[in-house]
Design a protein. Structure first.
Length: 128
């Protein structure tokens, strides 16, 4: 028996011989003082947390975009299609930075165009 074997002890976790007096196993990381492995193992089955959505802000953006685009499209169509053009520009400029507002703009643009089409259909039926 050598002198090195007298001053070693096995790790309680991995059973590799380690020098007497150290606090952490150099093989597996077992902490002799705390009684566990450091760093602790990560549970890979836990889903990542998602931040809560601010539904009030989202609703205001969608409704605001919808109303703005519908008004611009309906009244702007009378003025040489300037309203739908402005709505389309707003949609394409905000679709990445504020997607909810952009979706509201797109929906308002569609509703405004349907409203304009209905008005022209009524004018056509009345013979004006």
């Amino acid at each position: 028996m050598s002198i090195d074997e007298l001053f070693t002890k096995p790790c309680p976790n991995c059973h590799v011989e380690m020098p007497d007096g150290i606090a952490t196993c150099t093989n597996c990381g077992f902490d002799l003082k705390q009684g566990g492995v450091w760093p602790p193992s990560i549970d890979h089955n836990v889903p990542p947390s998602t931040p809560p959505k601010d539904w009030v802000r989202i609703t205001v953006q969608v409704l605001g975009g919808f109303v703005l685009a519908a008004i611009l499209t309906f009244f702007g169509t009378i003025l040489l299609l300037i309203g739908p053009l402005i709505s389309a520009i707003i949609f394409f400029s905000t679709r990445k930075s504020s997607p909810y507002f952009a979706n509201g703009i797109l929906a308002g643009l569609v509703v405004g165009l349907v409203g304009v089409g209905a008005c022209f259909a009524m004018l056509g039926k009345s013979g004006l």
